[in-house]
Design a protein around this ligand. Structure first.
Ligand code: MTE
Length: 317
């Protein structure tokens, strides 16, 4: 699959987490030393409780836009299993225990079965990929995700010729996920991709942000990231992946089919029935930055537009 590398930085140009954290500290040190005060506590950006993820390969798929801060990425979330407010997930996810973890892979494949998180990760060099996440509610962030291509994992299970779609399911643990004790949606949260979307090199399974394991509120220990689609496709805390023949049901198209389609490709020309999708607000950009125009396929059109050739994107939204 051709992947555009224009406007992307070379791996050698990407700043590894060690360096940007140090740069941050360096800048603080400069400021603080100048003011004649004591140095602030080290690594302020990332609470020490988050385990680092070893060696990371910078990815040529990254955008060169400035990433949002760890704090922004981990305190403004959509994760209805922990409540519908943006600050509910960080406040209410501390009882969720994402270890040990295993994922069931089943359906139209020759080598299905249960796989532990460790076995699932073992053959994959982890990459840092700085991708945009654009939510259907018209806000966006730039996130240094840590993950690997979903397609690399799927191939190991040897999907057969009837595998036309991939369905995903989030864990169901109402005792640890207070939002699941209310009928906000039909639990568990489910999502799906067409096989070619799932195999596209931009589609990743993420296990971290900013070089550390995913915080619970961001979908620990394993979530999808599909950067050209609205954020609701990026299902969190995945426990099941199924190869299926028919388009699978998805949580948002089940609960509001007129508002949320299966494809959910970011498209400034297809409005949500209740609001425009033409512009977005970058979290953390400040009040005066205003809203920026939303890009077709969230800026990844050169890579993914061909997947939808001949489709009516107004109807198949
Ligand atoms: N996955 C599950 N299981 N439950 C959710 O409520 N929300 C989705 C998606 N994945 C959601 C989910 C939505 S609407 C968005 S925008 C992204 O997660 C937000 O990801 P973030 O909180 O890491 O920014």
């Amino acid at each position: 699959m051709p992947v555009n590398t224009k406007n992307r930085i070379l791996p050698s140009e990407i700043t590894p987490p060690e360096v940007y954290f140090n740069r941050r500290l360096f800048m603080q040190a400069g400021l603080v030393a100048g003011a004649g005060l004591a140095l602030p506590a080290a690594a302020d950006a990332i609470p020490a409780a988050h385990r680092r993820l070893g060696e990371l390969r910078p990815s040529p798929f990254s955008t060169d836009e400035a990433p949002n801060t760890f704090e922004e990425i981990s305190t403004y979330n959509n994760f209805y299993e922990f409540g519908t407010g943006k600050s509910d997930p960080v406040r209410l996810s501390h009882r969720f225990n994402p270890r040990p973890w295993s994922v069931r892979v089943d359906g139209e494949c020759d080598k299905g079965g249960d796989i532990t998180l460790e076995d699932l990760l073992a053959p994959h060099p982890l990459e840092e990929r700085i991708y945009r996440l654009r939510c259907v509610e018209a806000w966006s962030m730039v996130v240094p995700w840590v993950g690997f291509p979903l397609g690399d994992l799927l191939k190991r299970f040897e999907p057969n010729s009837r595998a036309k779609y991939v369905a995903f399911e989030t864990v169901y643990r109402p005792e640890e996920m207070p939002g699941q004790r209310a009928r906000i949606i039909d639990w568990p949260y489910v999502e799906g991709l067409r096989m070619d979307e799932a195999m596209h090199p931009l589609t990743i399974l993420a296990v971290g942000i900013y070089g550390v394991e995913l915080p619970n509120q961001n979908g620990a220990p394993l979530r999808l990231v599909v950067p050209w689609k609205y954020g609701f496709k990026s299902i969190k805390s995945i426990v099941r992946i199924s190869f299926v023949e028919e388009e699978p049901p998805t949580s948002w198209s089940l609960s509001a089919p007129r508002e949320y389609g299966f494809y959910a490709n970011v498209n400034p020309e297809v409005d949500h029935p209740r609001w425009s999708q033409a512009r977005e607000r970058r979290i953390g950009a400040g009040f005066f930055a205003g809203r920026q125009p939303t890009l077709m396929f969230n800026g990844y059109a050169e890579d993914v537009a061909s997947l939808y050739a001949g489709m009516d994107l107004q109807r198949q939204f």
